[in-house]
Design a protein around this ligand. Structure first.
Ligand SMILES: C[S@@+](CC[C@H](N)C(=O)[O-])C[C@H]1O[C@@H](n2cnc3c(N)ncnc32)[C@H](O)[C@@H]1O
Length: 223
């Protein structure tokens, strides 16, 4: 574990070996970061993230698919102990550079979000964010994703997921089907309660972007 962790955190440019189902997604994201600024890298902190932490004592936060680190850096500036993870080396490098420029030191880890503990990320987390990652995780890897998130979240932890439902047909190449409430409840419903969801409400493409807020249940469900 220590070796794996070190490999992912030395700043090495070597990409994590993507799991078979995630190769197309990895190729897509890597291409996006290598060829200009991806459209999601707006440098704007998500307003829902701001709302989630307003008037709240800082704790430990995990940003899943952190990209260039905007939300993670914001949380670190507020005093949160933050870990961000992404499987594209360019994104992680940019995140580290921007964090250094902002004078904070969130921990940015290069690796796959379906293998969080294997890449050295350890519980507990009070806040877990996923803005735009889960929706492109291939369906066959989502059980692994759910297991990792569930293991890392403390009882009462907030889990915020935002993404597209009904994504374009081309996403089938990634084996991903977007995100919807039924999918989340099937995978997380035993251990998390869905407390809120909201459609973006904007017109056009973003009208299919939905935000979900789940909270880790206090007690394990007895089955
Ligand atoms: C749409 S971007 C959003 C980035 C960031 N959360 C933001 O809002 O700016 C999705 C991010 O998830 C990352 N990602 C997707 N699948 C991943 C996986 N299986 N493991 C690690 N990172 C992943 C991509 O590299 C990309 O940076």
């Amino acid at each position: 574990m220590a070796e794996a962790s070190a490999q992912h955190e030395t700043g090495s440019r070597s990409e994590p070996a993507s799991r078979s189902g995630g190769r197309v997604a990895h190729f897509f994201y890597r291409f996006s970061y290598r060829h200009g600024t991806p459209r999601w890298d707006s440098l704007e902190v998500h307003r829902e993230v701001k709302a989630l932490v307003a008037d709240r004592q800082p704790g430990r936060a995990l940003d899943i698919g952190c990209g260039c680190g905007t939300d993670a850096i914001y949380l670190a500036l507020l005093g949160w102990d933050v870990v961000g993870v992404d499987f594209v080396a360019e994104a992680i490098e940019t995140a580290r550079e921007r964090a250094a420029a902002a004078g904070v030191t969130p921990r940015f880890v290069l690796g796959d979000v379906t293998q969080l503990r294997q890449i050295g990320i350890q519980a507990p987390f009070d806040l877990i964010l996923d803005t735009g990652c889960y929706h492109s995780v291939p369906d066959q890897l989502r059980e692994s994703y759910a297991r990792e998130v569930t293991e890392l979240a403390v009882p009462g932890a907030d889990f915020y997921v935002a993404g597209f439902y009904g994504p374009p047909k081309t996403w089938r190449l990634m084996g991903a089907s977007g995100v919807d409430a039924a999918d989340l409840l099937r995978r997380f419903g035993k251990d998390f309660q869905m407390v809120d969801h909201e459609a973006a409400g904007d017109r056009g493409r973003m009208s299919r972007f939905i935000r979900y807020h789940l909270v880790r249940k206090q007690h394990a469900t007895i089955t």
